[in-house]
Design a protein around this ligand. Sequence first.
Ligand SMILES: *[C@@H]1O[C@H](CO)[C@@H](O)[C@H](O)[C@H]1NC(C)=O
Ligand SMILES: *[C@@H]1O[C@H](CO)[C@@H](O)[C@H](O)[C@H]1NC(C)=O
Ligand SMILES: *[C@@H]1O[C@H](CO)[C@@H](O)[C@H](O)[C@H]1NC(C)=O
Ligand SMILES: *[C@@H]1O[C@H](CO)[C@@H](O)[C@H](O)[C@H]1NC(C)=O
Length: 652
Amino acid sequence: MEGSDEEDSPEAPELPLEILVYMLGFLPTSDRKEASLVCRSWYIASLDLRFQKNVTFCFPASASSLELVRGLGRRSRCSLIISQLDGFSLSRSLLMEVGLCLGPKLDSLALPGSSVSEASLLALLPRLTSLRRLDLRGLDSLFMSGAFLSKEEHRRQVRSALSGLEELDLSNLRYLSDLTFNRLTGCTPRLRRLSLAGCHIAFEFDPYRGCPVGTVEVSSALLSLRNVRKLVTEQTATLVALDFSRTSITHESLRSIAQVKGLALEELCLQSCKELTDYSVAVLVKHQSSLQRLDLSGCTELTSRAVLAIAQGLNSLTHLSLSCDWRITETGLEDLVSVSSLKSLDLSECPLVGGTEMVNGLSRRTERTQLEKLHLRSCMYIRDEAVFSLTQLLGNTLRHLDLTSCANVTDLSVRAIASYLHGLVVLRLCDCKEVTDWGLLGMVETSACELDEEKEDQGPRFTRTFGNMGFFKPPRLPFQERPKMVTQDHLERFKQQSGASLLALRRLRELNLSACCKLTDSSITQVVRYPDLQHLSLSMLPEITDASLSDVARHCRSLTSLDLSYCAHISDHGVAQAAPHLPRLQHLDLSACNNITDKSLFLLAQHCKRLKTLDVSMCNSVSGTTVDLIQSQLPFLENVHYKLHSGTDLTL
Ligand SMILES: *[C@@H]1O[C@H](CO)[C@@H](O)[C@H](O)[C@H]1NC(C)=O
Ligand SMILES: *[C@@H]1O[C@H](CO)[C@@H](O)[C@H](O)[C@H]1NC(C)=O
Ligand SMILES: *[C@@H]1O[C@H](CO)[C@@H](O)[C@H](O)[C@H]1NC(C)=O
Ligand SMILES: *[C@@H]1O[C@H](CO)[C@@H](O)[C@H](O)[C@H]1NC(C)=O
């Protein structure tokens, strides 16, 4: 019966179309999709051109996708991601249909996990006359023979269609050679973005000929840096983004690209380029000072010298990733956060970073910071003092905070986050083992008798702690202890100071509390109440029960993904209470919830019609027959993870 009053929505009033369209304009896309299902007039309003400008459709190649493509022909413009295409006739006719129905309307095309033939792609490309983005990543089938676009006639047709192409993704291609690369890029003279991530590029030495690359003109066996550089030189006028991630690009090669005359890159991605050194970064920064986005994650040779070079040389920097660059220390971070344009900083898995210099840098600043995203996963030296200070300094701007596996972060940090970061949209506290109910509830941990003594106290003590931040002292009680159960009495107090509980983060869309193993129903039932929350992870919380599940479902009705794996107390009873409130759920993980049985599956089939993935592996009471049955009942279900008792793993 719970919540049934909220369930029965009143009939949608008859409003003029323009008004409906105007109202729908205020909703985010996912909510608009829901709203379009209310009734026919809302559906029609949702089809208004202003909402249809740039929609991406993602589907596997199948007989039913033919119908879908024909239907899309009515749109003004769209993007497609088609997976699992192969060399057979169904795939050929699908691509043909895309060309016929969507041709000049297609904005972007990606064919991941496919193996299409040259012929079927050549039948399609000449029709895509206003394509902006083409993603051929991993399409080895196209380049293996080396014959793709070898005919002048084909090149002419493709060139006349793709001359406006801005973005070309050629990552993870094993068989790309100078010859095929030049034939293809010869058809795309105005590229803005080019990705060659994970390609086998011969940077300085030709392993086949045993001589330095560059002495041979154009190779049909491999892609040489010299040849890539030639393209960069030809297209400097438009080229602003390059991706050489996961290649063995050397210092000299990077320098030769960075020095191309007239090249002014805005984005450069060099993930896991292990040959690069501090000196490479210094040279890069000197020649490409207009870089805005720089990804140097996994460049394990880099040290704080690179950080200093970036801080001093890149005045327009907005996004920087240094994750997994484990040599990086505090040095240089003060200067880095002083770069006034910086919006996103990723220092995940830089275990030597403790935050002090960032705090120094941010407090030194006179103009407002713009930092919106801060990723500090597995930074073990980050402590409450740093989090407290950072939250105060970033209160107005921060939207994403990742403190996953920050072992030294405790309840005090959680309270600071709740008190200062009211604009937070994404919060990850996964695996912060010291975090307890007290932290989420925004309460100072006290025993019952202490609470009585302090009854006269004016206002929450917590607020006073903020007053003298400079002399921040940890609380009296050691946090190593197991939390005492929060009583009703505590909750009463909590209600009067709710501003400091996690409830204050009204805008949260993603919350990850996995493996914060001290959390119990006491906090989860009280604070996980976010109307806009879409992604929630509560896995590996051995204490939580059905009470948490049912309260979360009642208060977070926008959830699209929910992870409850390894929550042993969750049972069919909880699912029965939750499922009716979660019609938008698309991804549910119940693996290793041993008290879940077939009953739950029937409930999901009845209420959660949008489910796309379901994990019930290691649920010993779930039967294969029921899994089969609900597969036939849920139209969108793509993936069920189901493990038999014997340990055989079945993905259906
Ligand atoms: C379409 O959407 C994609 C991704 O959401 C974006 O990168 C692209 O710039 C958009 N294109 C247009 C024409 O707005
Ligand atoms: C906390 O920080 C200290 C150093 O201050 C470090 O030695 C320790 O490993 C960190 N993690 C834990 C769980 O204490
Ligand atoms: C929560 O965080 C863990 C660890 O980073 C990650 O494996 C998991 O996918 C996250 N859950 C969600 C729903 O994002
Ligand atoms: C699972 O359910 C059984 C009874 O059906 C109960 O005895 C047991 O405690 C439950 N296990 C957990 C971990 O809640």
